[in-house]
Ligand binder design. Structure first.
Ligand code: GUN
Length: 292
């Protein structure tokens, strides 16, 4: 069993980005600028956004954090999105999800200029990805794909089973893994309604768990020699921690790991890679790599 170290890989990538940014700036270019909109005070969202701001600093980016109380109206939030769309200094921006119930996430996502949508959530980016055109790809699936590549996990012709069908992980993950010049794999998506979920998981050469249920994947669901990627980050109460909680993955790591060729831990696996892919998307936005 080999552990896939997402934390170390993310540090390496952030250093690579910082070097490129130094070069850009030394050559008279503009420092990439990421803006983040955070609505309310959800603990998880606060942590994610804080980590995104820290990652910007590590990469040499400019960052702006725009905060609103969760009483903000949809119209006010749309006006902020419009302002960032027009701000020529901002290369890319994100609206941290989830949003309060009275705001339509889809309406907000579709209001973001797709050329600045570094989260890759806008339907134009989702559509372009699904037909293999250059675009911003959602950070978690892109981070997982990068890990598989950096650890030389073969994907072409392999059977990849994705557990979960969310718009930000499961579906784009399946889309990347099936693309001819990317994963080039045979892909199955299973979800809460799948009848033969365990049997399908047992057939996976690469099993990607993104269902958000602690320890959902047990040893009997994993083929000997499989690669297992754990996207889960459920907060479970833990009185021994200063924070009062710990992050729990979707995989029963202790029992599954001995069967695996490769496995990601939680924390320190997919999580750090997600933020670093957002940084790569921001770098691409700064360079106008996909869109003018
Ligand atoms: N909430 C959970 N993950 C994400 C993400 O990748 N981007 C945004 N904007 N919100 C999230």
């Amino acid at each position: 069993m080999k552990l896939i170290d997402g934390k170390a890989t993310a540090e390496t990538i952030k250093k690579e980005i910082a070097e490129e940014v130094s070069q850009i700036v030394a050559n008279g270019g503009k420092r990439p600028h990421l803006a983040a909109i955070l609505v309310g005070h959800d603990g998880g969202s606060e942590t994610y956004v804080h980590n995104k701001v820290l990652a910007c600093e590590a990469c040499g980016f400019t960052s702006s954090l725009i905060r609103f109380e969760d009483t903000i109206s949809e119209e006010e939030l749309l006006a902020c999105v419009e302002r960032l769309n027009k701000d020529t200094d901002v290369d890319g921006f994100i609206v941290q999800l989830p949003l309060p119930k009275h705001i339509s996430e889809q309406r907000i996502i579709e209001a973001i200029d797709y050329r600045k949508d570094v989260d890759g959530f806008h339907p134009i980016n989702v559509g372009r990805m699904s037909i293999g055109l250059p675009c911003y790809v959602s950070a978690t699936p892109k981070g997982i794909f990068e890990l598989l590549q950096r650890y030389n996990v073969p994907t072409s012709g392999k059977h990849c089973v994705v557990i979960g069908r969310s718009n930000i992980v499961g579906k784009p993950m399946a889309s990347l893994m099936v693309q001819k010049h990317l994963g080039d794999a045979t892909v199955t998506i299973v979800h809460s309604r799948s009848k033969n979920l365990k049997e399908l998981c047992r057939e996976a050469d690469i099993l990607i768990a993104a269902i958000g249920q602690p320890h959902f994947v047990t040893a009997d669901m994993v083929k000997e020699g499989a690669t297992v990627i754990d996207v889960g980050t459920t907060r479970v109460p833990d009185a021994t921690r200063k924070s009062g909680f710990r992050l729990c993955g979707d995989v029963d790591f202790d029992n599954v790991a001995p069967k695996c060729e490769f496995i990601t831990p939680v924390p320190g696996g997919v999580g750090p890679m997600t933020i670093c892919q957002l940084m790569l998307n921001t770098l691409a936005a700064g360079k106008k790599a996909y869109y003018d």
